[in-house]
Each structure stands twice: as C-alpha cells, then as structure tokens.
Design a protein around this ligand. Structure first.
Ligand code: F6P
Length: 328
C-alpha cells in the first residue's frame, strides 16, 4: 500500500440509518490500525462548510457498534449545493490537512462527493448507508436490514388489531422512490397486497383483489404501501377510496414513519458496516478515489460513484409473484 495519506475525514450525510455508527467505528479503527489520523465531520456537508470537526481515535468510538442514529449527526445541506459552499468546505479540508474523505450516506451524499471530486479532485470514497436500499452497486445498504425487521415487527402488532376487529389496514412504510422495504416487509409479514413505485397495480386491480379476499373468507387484511407509491395521492386518500368503494371493509391507516430509521442495528447491518468501513479506508490508502464500496453476493465490490448514483438497483419481481401466491 502507498501511504501518502496521513489524515482521513469521515462523515454521515442525508437520512440517518441504523449501522452508521458501526461504519464510523470501522473507519476510525482501520485508520488507527494503519496509523493514520481520523477526523469526524459533524452534520455532513454542512459541518464541512462550517469547520465542525472532531478528532477521533479508537477509544472515542467505544460502545457505539450497537447504537442507532449517528454519533456524527447528519444533515441535508443546501449550502453544499452552491459553489461558494463547496469552496468553503475545500478551504476547511486544506486548513485541517485532510487528505481524503469517506462519505456514509445515500445518493444525495454521493452526488455531493462526485461534484466535489470533479471540482477539487479531492479523494472521496462512499459507503452506502440508507434504509431505502436504493443504491446501485450493492445488494444491501447499511440500515436496510434493521429497518425491514422493525417494519415487520410493527406490522405483526398491527395484525393483532386487524384480526381482532376484522379490519383492513393500510400500512405505509418508508421508501421515497423505492419499494425494497415495502416488498420484503410485505412478504415477511404476510400482507394481502404490496404497493410499490416500481409496479403500478392500479386501483381496479386493488379493489378486485380485496373483494376476492373477502369472498375467500378472510376477515382481516393488511396492505403494505411504500411511501413513494403513486397509486393514490396519499395512503389516506387511497384508504378513503377503498372504503367508499368497498363498504364491507372497515379501513384504518398506519404510517410507520421515522421509527423505521431508529433503533439498534441488526447483526447483519453491523457486520456489513464493519466490512465496508475497513475496505473504504484501504481503498483510500491504495490511492483510489470516486468509488463506492458495496457488497455483491457476499463479496466486497467497488462501483464508480456516478454509476452508484445513476444506476438502478432493481427490486426482485419474483417476490411480487410469491406475494400473489401467498395471498390466495
Ligand atoms: O432516504 C431515507 C428516508 O427515510 C426515505 O425513506 C424518506 O422518504 C426520507 O428519508 C425522509 O427524510 P426526512 O427524515 O428528511 O424527512
């Protein structure tokens, strides 16, 4: 390994995700292992612009592997979208003698890294951390597995009420543009229907399917809806529409929201974060830049940041078929 790198900065940016702390810990400890300095940047790009740094060593990240959220805090910085903001960020990096950055986040975070790399040729490596799992170049993003399990746990509880009161529940899960959480949590919780942005079921087919399930003797049902699904203007409007057209159903809506982003990360997310964190530092030490580190078929792989942002991570449509068969 070439070692012209002496100091690496790490930040979390965009929506927080369980396992981000495990990734920070892995980056910090890998830096310590290779005897290079590590600096944490608070509040993502905003902290970079404001020079909000903290020196991190192996002991500073003790007892963080199990913690949800991010000890470095996170933000969606508007200032970094401006040339002036990025110039200020670059100035701060030079002032702190930082040689490279590791960015933990989703597509917005990586877009920032790409632009910055283009403008200042500053070495950046991305680690995918978002509950949405919507990043190309990795089978799994950090936080997705935990969010999925949180969603299933909650839907199981909702099922108790649905079944006790013979109700139809529409449960909205997160996923601004992607149906990964909805599809997998839907199959995992035995949902009657799963509505995702990648596949337009259509209102008529939804009504038909619900009628069919009533006729087949089901007394309660759960429909899992991805936040980004376009079938109704909102999950509440969708529920009203169904109640108006199928008066035989008593309908309720439950929006799971940010509870899916919190909590202690699953073992899967902790291990993933640890592996990706180690590799991210090693890539920098090898002189690599502008890459995202991901996992494909259990092997650590790298993808160009631009491809990670622009590429499409497709859902597994086979799961829709499984769901259809299961909801007979
Ligand atoms: O990208 C992760 C995510 O949780 C999306 O699923 C959701 O649409 C969005 O963040 C919500 O963002 P915020 O917390 O800024 O409202």
């Amino acid at each position: 390994m070439k070692n012209t790198i002496k100091k690496i900065a790490v930040m979390t940016s965009g929506g927080d995700a369980p396992g981000m702390n495990a990734a920070i810990r892995a980056v910090v400890r890998t830096c310590a292992f290779y005897q290079i300095e590590c600096v944490g940047v608070y509040r993502g790009y905003q902290g970079l612009i404001e020079g909000d740094f903290i020196t991190l060593d192996a002991r500073k990240v003790s007892n963080t592997i199990n913690r949800g959220g991010t000890i470095l805090k996170s933000a969606r910085s508007k200032d970094f979208r401006t040339k002036e903001g990025r110039a200020k960020a670059y100035e701060n990096l030079l002032k702190e003698s930082i040689d490279a950055m590791i960015l933990i986040g989703g597509d917005g975070t990586f877009t920032g890294g790409m632009v910055f790399n283009e403008e200042y040729n500053f070495p950046c490596i991305g680690i995918p951390g978002t509950i949405d799992n919507d990043i190309y170049g990795t089978n799994f993003t950090i936080g997705y597995d935990t969010a999925l399990n949180t969603a299933v746990e909650v839907i199981d509880k909702i099922r108790d009420t649905a079944s006790s009161h013979n109700r139809l529940f529409f449960v909205e899960v997160m996923g601004r543009d992607a149906g990964f959480i909805a599809l997998n949590a839907g199959v995992g919780s035995g949902a009657e229907e799963i509505l995702i942005p990648e596949e337009d079921l259509g209102l008529d087919r939804l009504l038909e399917s619900l009628k069919r399930s009533k006729r087949s003797g089901k007394s309660s049902s759960i429909v899992v809806v991805a936040e980004g699904d376009k079938i109704g203007k909102s999950v509440f409007e969708l529920a009203n529409y169904v109640e108006e057209n199928l008066p035989q159903y008593e309908v309720r809506v439950s929006v799971l929201g940010h509870m899916q982003r919190g909590g202690s990360p699953s073992c899967f997310d902790r291990v993933l974060a640890s592996r990706l964190g180690v590799k991210a530092v090693e890539l920098i030490l090898d002189g690599k830049t502008n890459l995202m580190v991901g996992i494909i078929n259990d092997k650590i792989k790298t993808t160009n940041l631009e491809k990670a942002v622009k590429g499409k991570h497709s859902i597994n449509k086979e799961l829709l078929r499984v769901s259809d068969i299961m909801s007979i």
